[in-house]
Design a binder for this molecule. Structure first.
Ligand code: SAM
Length: 254
């Protein structure tokens, strides 16, 4: 909070700038990440460095990606550490450096695309804050209200847990909704698929999540697949399909 006042930082809503100002929470995030001097950490959206400050104390190396050049100037004068490399730019466009852990209070405006990008990457563990509702989508099971494309991707690539719910008061400015600290641990893939074909099908199906598989496939112009699948699958609602069933559907594609 002192830094915000000192540098007269005016949070930019468009960039999802809500800063985590409770040091106890920041320290717990670092503990959850179980950092050691061997770890190379990626931080997405480092802001002026409130979390970065604790990461550089524990890790071998920290890559901090930040889009806002004004905050980068503050970060540079606020934290002097040999093991910190600041990368200015859009985390969605930048090719990530090699890292084994990711610890970030993410900009919520890019929660979905940045999570897909991360999941495809090779790493051990990520500790991330999201809006609570988005975090619930990550762990949702087939048939549940929040079950979506990102739930399928999480099931495929990782084990995901919500570690804590955070009230708005730990942030500045206070967001309207609660947030959650989430742990993502990469795991062995549960089945073998051509990932490009699999996630293209998942995308097409979940664009029509409440429809039956038949209607979703027809709406996505996947006419041949709609003709070849057994009727018990075709009549199912998309949001009730489990990730393995979707993988099996690929076997009916020419
Ligand atoms: N790490 C700080 C903290 O813990 O308080 C700031 C977190 S704030 C929720 C998200 C940060 O991500 C902001 O500093 C914002 O400028 C930055 N940001 C937003 N979009 C970004 C993008 N596409 N690429 C990189 N950084 C981005």
């Amino acid at each position: 909070m002192n830094v915000i006042r000192l540098y007269n930082i005016k949070p930019k809503e468009k960039l999802g700038q809500v800063f985590l100002i409770d040091e106890r929470v920041l320290k717990r995030e670092v503990e959850y990440a179980e950092l050691s001097s061997k770890d190379v950490v990626l931080e997405i959206g480092s802001g002026f460095g409130s979390l970065t400050k604790f990461l550089v104390e524990k890790a071998k190396k920290v890559y901090a990606i930040e889009k806002d050049s004004t905050l980068i100037e503050v970060l540079k004068s606020y934290i002097i550490a040999k093991n910190l490399e600041i990368i200015q730019g859009d985390a969605l466009r930048i090719t990530f450096p090699e890292f084994n852990k990711c610890v970030s209070n993410l900009p919520y405006v890019i929660s979905s695309p940045i999570t897909f990008k991360l999941l495809k990457h090779d790493f051990e563990k990520a500790i991330l804050t999201y809006q609570k509702e988005f975090a619930e989508r990550l762990i949702a099971k087939p048939g549940e209200k929040n079950y979506s494309r990102i739930s399928v991707a999480c099931h495929y690539y990782a084990s995901v847990r919500i570690l804590e719910i955070l009230p708005p008061r730990v942030f500045y400015p206070k967001p309207k909704v609660a947030s959650a600290i989430v742990e993502i641990v990469k795991k062995e893939k549960p089945f073998n698929v051509d990932e490009e074909r699999y996630f293209a099908l998942v995308r097409d199906l979940f664009s029509h999540k409440k429809k039956t598989v038949r209607k979703a496939l027809l709406s996505s112009k996947r006419i041949e697949l709609a003709k070849s699948l057994p009727s018990n699958i075709l009549e199912k609602r998309v949001f009730k399909l489990d990730p393995e069933e979707i993988a099996e559907m690929l076997e009916y594609e020419n």
